[in-house]
Design a protein around this ligand. Structure first.
Ligand SMILES: [Zn+2]
Length: 449
């Protein structure tokens, strides 16, 4: 499917930006920045690629590394209003692994075929990296300056711990982000087809926190044929079952409540989401595909994922370990901790193996209104809804600098194009027309921000 949409230059940057966004997306995909975790990744070639193109346009890039090869790029574009707060626009340069045998096109080919760019990173998130780059280069060509200072950050290591990326930048280079109060980045403003004629654009205004848990059960080691009332495996299994089956209560955050209210209205359902006795599960049951946007974020969750215990069938081990993927809604951490104390009981210890804060951004802010307006200007049939991400992004690290994060990487996708399935999925790809839409929306939003 070729992109036949004519480019309206009165509401867009110059035409070169539309060619560049495709070239940049494709060429960034071809630079393999697979992050296998444990430090196994090298973002430097991709960082140099974006840095050269910023420098080309007269935007001075700073390259920063905590670990050789794990390169971040930061640049600042000065706004016209020195009294305005700065805006951070960030995108990560690394990608998750891809197995070529599973793919239609090689995941690092960056192939552009039938109006679609193919490859790992096409939606997460070399697309956004390329859109931002092509917009600011177009501005440089035509002398456009935004109102607010815009700080651009291309980060390493988002797909692992962020220790070499946004975590390092926030901890060691806070001065580069001076004046930044808000940020935009991945996982929002894509078309979510919720049914015939219902094109939603979820903009992220919050993230659940991460609480990966390690459970340790101690017991009495011994022969498998003897009576043993302190069996570590039994103790662990019982705790894991309790945690797995725990019915976490609904805890609605302002973002999720606003999402439910807007989705109910769009579906013609009359319900007061602030009323006592409001039943979110009941409403979700009536929202069809749109329920998937909200369902993972109305409560905390705990999914056991790894078990480690024992080495021989007739030997009772003295120790058993489990890992649990826990997630906490904004404001839900204290309840998460006290509930786990109760669910694990006296014989099983638990600790955070990895913990990241939850985020909550206001949906009644001028910034959210401008993000909404930018999307609706270029897709008047689309409906923006706020949502909370079930997982996390670099916004968690930047929140330590007082930066409120929104998920906003605009893409207009045709029906049948399941963005969330492509995220970390096989045959990740993005239509050229979606990139063009993103350039228009970002150009408009960033100028008016
Ligand atoms: Zn991502």
């Amino acid at each position: 499917m070729a992109d036949m949409t004519p480019i309206d230059t009165s509401v867009a940057p110059d035409t070169a930006a539309f060619d560049e966004v495709v070239t940049f997306t494709s060429e960034l995909i071809r630079i393999d920045t697979t992050n296998r975790g444990g430090g196994d990744c090298r973002e430097r070639p991709a960082a140099e690629y974006v840095a050269e193109r910023l420098a080309d346009a007269g935007i001075e890039p700073t390259l920063l590394e905590r670990t050789p090869g794990r390169t971040n790029v930061v640049a600042r574009i000065e706004g016209t209003d020195p009294s305005a707060d700065a805006l951070l626009v960030h995108g990560h340069l690394d990608v998750v692994p891809a197995e070529p045998a599973d793919w239609t096109s090689h995941p690092f080919s960056g192939e552009v075929r039938d109006g679609v760019v193919w490859g790992r990173g096409a939606v997460d998130m070399k697309n956004m990296d390329a859109m931002v780059l092509s917009v600011v280069r177009a501005w440089a060509r035509s002398g456009v300056r935004p109102r607010r200072d815009i700080v651009i950050a291309y980060t390493a290591d988002e797909e692992a711990s962020a220790a070499d990326g946004s975590g390092f930048l926030a901890e060691r280079h806070a001065e580069l982000f001076e004046g930044c109060t808000e940020g935009i980045s991945e996982s929002g403003a894509f078309t979510f087809h919720a049914g015939p004629g219902m094109a939603l654009y979820p903009i992220a205004a919050g993230e659940r926190g991460t609480g990966w848990l390690k459970l340790t059960a101690h017991g009495k080691a011994g022969h498998g044929s003897k009576v043993n009332r302190a069996n570590a495996v039994s103790r662990l299994a019982a705790a894991v079952a309790r945690i797995s089956e725990h019915p976490w209560p609904v805890r609605l955050t302002p973002t999720v409540r606003a999402a439910l209210a807007e989705l109910a209205t769009l579906h013609g359902i009359h319900v007061d989401v602030h009323a006592e006795g409001f039943d979110p599960d009941g409403l979700l049951g009536k929202l069809g595909p749109a329920a998937a946007l909200v369902e993972p974020t109305i409560r905390n969750s705990t999914n056991p994922t790894v078990l480690e215990a024992g080495y021989k069938v007739n030997v009772i081990p003295g120790l058993a370990i489990a890992y649990v993927d826990g997630r906490m809604v904004p404001g839900g951490e204290e309840e998460f901790r006290t509930t786990l104390d109760q669910l694990t009981g006296p014989d099983v210890e638990w600790e955070f193996h990895h913990r990241e804060v939850a985020l909550q951004a206001p949906v009644d802010s001028p910034t959210f209104a401008k993000l909404r307006a930018a999307v609706e200007r270029f897709d008047p049939d689309g409906h923006v809804v706020p949502y909370c991400m079930s997982g996390g992004t670099d916004a968690k690290q930047f929140s330590r600098l007082g930066i409120t994060g929104y998920g906003f990487s605009p893409l207009k996708l045709p029906p049948g194009f399941d963005y969330q399935a492509l995220f970390h999925g096989v045959d990740e790809r993005v239509p050229v027309s979606a990139l063009h839409f993103g350039v228009r929306v970002l150009d408009h939003y960033l100028k008016s921000a």
